[in-house]
Design a protein around this ligand. Structure first.
Ligand code: UT7
Length: 316
């Protein structure tokens, strides 16, 4: 039996492409309005990548920034896991492309598919490898060029999503720091309410997804807080999947976590799927909203349906 040790995020980075698509741009493309989009979702603009951009090209600056903030050299990375629904190719994995681009020649590489919950699944997977001492350093990436799999004539979906990437470096940390508990879940019976068929576009029954999202994320957060023996009042910052402000507010209210302890950046980026929570965490760190010793909760949901929550004590 290998030794179990505490594992935490020791560096983060993110990158979004420069081109902004505003709600008023969308008014010219589909039958929608800025008012409708802001009231129903909270989104004001999103980033759209150029035709030649891939998930790995967005992940490159995000990964380098995460490594730099962790003070880790690419050649010291043992493992790269990429959560994406829009990989560069079916194979090689997007992780292999990132390995080559950053020069992490020693790293084992694979991609993981859990839609918008991808970063949570990847974080827990990476954590397991380090906790058991199989590896010391993992680079966990959530990267999406989701604009390339949208039906730009479908106002139900095309207004919601945007492109971007985030990355986190995982390493062993002091006891009682790092990831304290994780809860992952899935319900394959609900596969058809949010799907991206091979070579197709995203299709979604928004209202149904909305209800399941709120309930499953609340349950997942309650579960991890309970396993870690932490109360709602002790949560310094909740970092939810950035899909819809109404989902986030409903969750915060039912969990008794005031909105000033909930991080929101969806007005700028829309839903970046697997990139969503890690881009949000990186921005929160940069804004000084995450300090040593803080209790941070990341929670997400997505196609599958899948969901997951992670509670961590920052630093160590
Ligand atoms: O990572 C997971 C990603 N998925 C999600 O997070 C989806 C969760 N669901 C949602 O965020 C919301 O359900 C939506 C934002 C997708 C939709 O909001 P809603 O309040 O649930 O609206 P609705 O689907 O009930 O539609 C209300 C009306 C409909 O018109 P009628 O039937 O009442 O005449 C829609 O056709 O709004 C119409 N509508 C729009 N109108 C203007 C739908 N999309 C648009 C639009 N602009 N873009």
């Amino acid at each position: 039996m290998k030794r179990i040790r505490s594992v935490g995020i020791v560096g983060t980075g993110s990158y979004v492409p420069p081109k902004i698509l505003t709600n008023s741009d969308l008014e010219k493309m589909v039958d929608t309005s800025d008012t409708w989009i802001v009231e129903r979702t909270g989104i004001r603009e999103r980033r759209i990548s150029s035709p030649e951009t891939t998930a790995s090209s967005l992940a490159l600056p995000a990964s380098l920034a995460a490594l730099q903030s962790a003070g880790v050299k690419p050649e010291d990375v043992d493992l790269i896991i990429v959560a994406t629904s829009t990989p560069d190719m079916t194979f090689p994995s997007t992780a292999c492309f990132i390995q080559d681009k950053i020069g992490a020649s020693r790293a084992a590489c694979f991609d993981l598919s859990a839609a918008c919950t991808g970063f949570s699944y990847a974080l827990e997977t990476g954590q397991q490898f380090i906790a058991t001492s199989t590896y010391k350093t993992a680079l966990i990436v959530g990267a999406e060029v989701i604009s390339k799999v949208l039906d730009w004539t479908d106002r139900n979906t095309c207004i919601l999503f945007g492109d971007g990437a985030g990355a986190a470096v995982l390493q062993p940390v002091a006891d009682n720091y790092g990831i304290l508990a994780t809860s992952l879940g899935a319900d394959g019976r609900l596969a058809s309410i949010l799907e991206l068929p091979v070579a197709g576009c995203i299709h979604m029954s928004g209202r149904e997804v909305f209800k399941v999202a709120v309930n499953t994320m609340i349950e997942a957060v309650e579960k991890v807080l309970d396993s870690a023996g932490i109360s709602q009042e002790d949560v310094s910052l909740l970092i939810p999947h950035q899909a819809n402000i109404r989902i986030i507010e409903a969750m915060g209210k039912r969990l008794n976590i005031a909105q000033d302890r909930v991080f929101v950046n969806l007005q700028k980026y829309g839903n970046v799927s697997a990139g969503s929570t890690i881009i949000a965490l990186d921005e929160a760190v940069k804004q000084g909203r995450v300090k040593d010793g803080d209790i941070i909760v990341i929670v997400a949901f997505g196609g599958g349906l899948t969901w997951g929550a992670t509670v961590m004590r920052w630093g160590g």
